[in-house]
Write a protein that binds this ligand. Structure first.
Ligand code: GLN
Length: 191
């Protein structure tokens, strides 16, 4: 099968680290800044950053509706940190959950933890949290893959994966590999 083309929303935030990781895993990354950039994608990553700035960028570029159409076509999505916030009910409304921003306390700017994540074999994942959200509420269709302090920090709903932390910064490839499994399965079914 051809290498999947995976977009990374590149309005703001740490998109370059995602591009490197996806390339290392055999995908073709594409930075997306306009609606036309979404054409022909096999998957899309919404990176970490700052969710208010990202929301303004999405409005400015007219990306909200094209992103919803991409999701409706069944394209797998992967949101990390601010990207998880963008997917929630109060933002793009693409996952049946509500994210709590800066949930671990404003003073705790960042911390690291070793997390066991359902569906990610090979032992715990080193997870870097930076002013991270958690999932405050979610519907029955959302599977919780990992928690910190009893709060979901990794979730899966169909082909939409969302996590509170930054595997692209710790050089941890297994979450991106899991996402690419969703992407390849979906692209394989379509071709
Ligand atoms: N605190 C940021 C926000 O609320 C998210 C932080 C991150 O993406 N690392 O948008």
């Amino acid at each position: 099968m051809e290498a999947p083309v995976v977009g990374i929303l590149a309005l703001q935030g740490d998109f370059a680290a995602h591009a490197r990781m996806l390339r290392d895993l055999g995908a073709v990354p594409r930075e997306v800044r306009t609606p036309a950039g979404l054409d022909g994608l096999d998957g899309l990553v919404i990176p970490g950053g700052e969710s208010t700035t990202m929301t303004l960028g999405i409005e400015r570029e007219g990306l909200a509706e094209p992103l919803r159409e991409l999701a409706e076509r069944g394209t797998p999505l992967f949101g990390t940190c601010a990207g998880l916030i963008m997917l929630d009910r109060d933002h793009l409304g693409l996952m049946d959950l509500r994210a709590e921003r800066n949930a671990f306390g404003r003073q705790v700017r960042s911390f690291e933890a070793d997390l066991e994540i359902a569906g990610v074999p090979g032992g715990p994942v080193r997870a870097i949290f930076i002013r991270a959200p958690w999932v405050a509420e979610h519907g029955d269709g959302v599977e919780v893959l990992a928690e910190v302090d009893g709060r979901p920090v990794a979730v899966l709903e169909g082909d939409r994966l969302a996590i509170s932390f930054h595997p692209e910064l710790s050089g941890e490839p297994r979450l991106h590999a899991r996402f690419l499994e969703l992407v390849r399965a979906r692209a394989g079914a379509r071709r």
